[in-house]
Design a protein around this ligand. Structure first.
Ligand code: SF4
Length: 357
């Protein structure tokens, strides 16, 4: 089958594209809402047997989503499902159609559930402290494969009698801005009010500093929150932790952040993994404060999630508090985050790595 008539995922399509697909088959646009609602509000998998679809839609679904038809659904299989001992975090290893596996984390607290999804199978950024980075890049995810991770979490929450997701973070496997178009299409689908309806302000994109992507977010006045994984405030130290940062010097990166804040009127979340003896001294904190001059930044300090692939250790509580104090004294709001789900290898890539070993 050629690339042009390969089957497509219904989960890849934003509302207007789905409407167009129906219209091309002479199904009136009015039926799009019922199909969209089933796909994205109900996270349904039983399209072929829905009694609530009117006959024209039922016939379209039967003809177009049957095996060998032009469309399919993204229904990744959970090949691992781990629960943290505190009972709030679940981590899934999901197998995609071609056998690739990605990690998805669901953090469910009363009244606020958050999904952390992957945007690539593997990652090309090679961060030394990250299990995914160690394993290398395999391929980009399609929009539907990103959407399907969220829908998997929605079905879990529904089965547990909990309200749907409120927050979405793109901090799983992969660099979201390295897969920009697919990520933006997935977010268009997931923030659509007629379906999954996650508020754009409740979506956080994470990047290690892909400057062209940050500038594109600025140009497009992106409505999503942006988190920059900085981890070091000199080029030399950053290159050790994030080899891909060689392509994007720190001065240029911080310039792009200023452009982003100015263009969008939004602050940036600076993510700083605290690694004992590596980037957690008072002098590192002062360096960071100096680098952030002129940027509307909120700093999230996260003690390292230990992985078998990296020898570093998390910063202890007292030096972590001191680091935070220096940033706050310099005028940068800072939060010392708890490491969640350590007992289920919640650092990205750890579960996949463990199951492949
Ligand atoms: S930390 Fe993120 S950007 Fe870095 S290698 Fe891991 S997945 Fe990629």
């Amino acid at each position: 089958m050629s690339a042009t008539n390969s089957p497509r995922s219904l989960h890849d399509l934003p509302f207007p594209a789905l409407e167009e697909a129906l219209t091309r088959a002479d199904v009136r646009p009015i039926h799009t809402r019922a199909l969209w609602r089933a796909l994205h509000r109900e996270a349904a998998l039983d399209l072929q047997t829905r009694a609530d679809f009117l006959p024209p839609l039922r016939r379209w679904v039967e003809a177009h989503t049957a095996p060998g038809g032009p469309f399919f659904l993204d229904t990744p299989q959970a090949v691992a499902d781990l629960r943290s001992t505190d009972g709030h975090t679940r981590k899934f290893l999901l197998r995609l159609r071609d056998g690739q596996t990605v990690e998805t984390v669901l953090m469910a607290y009363p009244g606020r559930s958050t999904a952390c999804v992957s945007t690539q199978a593997g990652c090309a950024m090679g961060c030394t402290f990250c299990a995914t980075g160690k394993a290398g890049f395999t391929r980009h995810l399609r929009p539907g494969e990103i959407v399907a991770q969220v829908l998997h979490c929605q079905r879990i929450l529904r089965d547990e009698g909990k309200p749907g997701l409120r927050n979405l973070v793109l901090m799983g496997m992969g660099e979201p801005l390295h897969n920009y178009d697919a990520v933006m299409t997935a977010l268009e689908i997931l923030t659509d009010r007629r379906g999954t309806n996650i508020g754009p302000a409740h979506v956080t994109l994470s990047t290690v500093g892909v400057i062209p992507g940050i500038l594109r977010l600025a140009r497009e006045n992106s409505p999503y929150a942006l988190a920059l994984s900085l981890h070091a405030a000199t080029d030399a130290e950053r290159r050790v932790l994030i080899p891909a940062s060689r392509r994007w010097p720190l001065a240029d990166l911080l310039g792009a952040c200023r452009t982003y804040c100015h263009a969008t009127g939004r602050r940036i979340f600076i993510e700083w993994t605290l690694i004992a003896g590596v980037n957690d001294t008072p002098s590192h904190a002062r360096q960071l404060a100096a680098a952030l001059e002129g940027i509307a930044a909120h700093v999230n300090l996260i003690p390292l999630n230990p992985t078998a692939a990296y020898a570093g250790a998390p910063t202890a509580s007292a030096p972590a508090q001191a680091f935070k104090g220096i940033l706050q004294a310099a005028g940068f709001p800072s939060t010392l985050r708890q490491r969640r789900g350590i007992d289920i290898a919640a650092g990205c890539g750890q579960l996949r790595g463990a199951l492949q070993e």
